[in-house]
Design a protein around this ligand. Sequence first.
Ligand code: AMP
Ligand code: GLY
Length: 430
Amino acid sequence: MSDAVLVVGNGGREHVLASCLALSPKIGKVYVAPGNPGTTKGKLVNTSSITASNPDGIAIWCQENSVSLTVIGPEAPLAAGIADTLGKANVKCFGPSAAAAQIEASKAWSKSFMTRHNIPTARWESFTDVESACRHIDTADYECLVVKASGLAAGKGVIVAEDKEQAKDAVRSILQESKFGSAGEIVVLEERLVGEEFSVLSFCDGRHAVCMPPAQDHKALREGNTGPNTGGMGAYAPCPQVTTSVMDVIKRDIVQKAVDGMREEGCPYVGALYTGLMLTKDGPKVLEFNCRFGDPEAQVILPLLKSDLYDTLLACVDGKLPEAEPEWHEGRHAAAVVLASEGYPGSYPKGRCITGIDEAEAIDGVRVYQAGTSVTDGKLVTSGGRVLAVSASSAISLDAAIKLAYDGVSHVTFDGAYHRKDIGRSATQA
Ligand code: AMP
Ligand code: GLY
């Protein structure tokens, strides 16, 4: 008998997770709730009868449909306790409990957790009133210019100020004008770190952690890392600038300490732990933890996986990660370029006809992971800001993977499609 799994979410990250799980010979069906038009081929089946906002309904549905594993994509349902509800119903869930998801859902909690466990991060302080926060900006013995809404703000709650006045304006906009609603009831003020940014995702089983190849996202909208911040305009993995010895430090002094700390504090971490890092002159430091896979990082990391993703995720849930450690395609590289709607990250049109996905995927090594897409009158159209990611992998070089991804991009079109032209360039021209 073959197994059925359920992936919760509707973005490119869930598309690649579902596609990767479908490669397992043990899996017969990958349900995706709600999924997108990309998650409807082969073993992938969308299911609209359940939603992440009703975890009890998901638990019952999983029992009725003999689902052997659920994989939760986004942070919001995890922070709201979906893993706890599924666990109580004896439905296996790859994703942390609400208590463990605080590592992303509350930046104030996450920073104090890092301090408690001596995990290297920017110096910080948290505040609930404007006056004390502004005083701290003036008196801190470090360059206190990074202002963060503590709660979940869809990746938008961080302001890196140019000077103290700008930082104070940011504090006022968050605490006084409620720019990020209740996510901004607490602000975290941080020292501004300088260095190259990258992310390391890890599989965690509550006790053990295994790091995936390091990836670099491109958060800014425009070339040269300029323009407004987005959810991510493209990524590549692994990062040649992140050496094995830096990875050893990250594994030992950051990821393992975090997993040990969570266990010691009574909230063992099961799931993907995303560590956003900056490579400073004093070594790697944590910018943030996220309680899930990154998007678009997942679209470049998972194509490098050689072993069965299902085995590793199940082993994590069962607390037996050492029995199913992931194996990677040595020497393989991946790059992904996001196509966004014109206007994104501001307002953007919807309903633009998308063509060329099949042609792009006809190129060896190229896959298109859909996100903001839907089907109207039988046609694939845009329905979101980040519409899709063209991902490519190559055994030759990172340069070759990037070229393949852009080859793929040249086939995919819709009115007003925008993409960055320099994904991965800083790594290949270093
Ligand atoms: P976060 O969501 O906390 O990762 O912050 C979003 C972005 O803000 C990061 O990807 C960094 O580019 C930037 N950032 C966050 N914290 C700092 C910091 N302490 N110093 C410099 N830049 C930062
Ligand atoms: N790509 C950034 C994130 O997933 O948080």
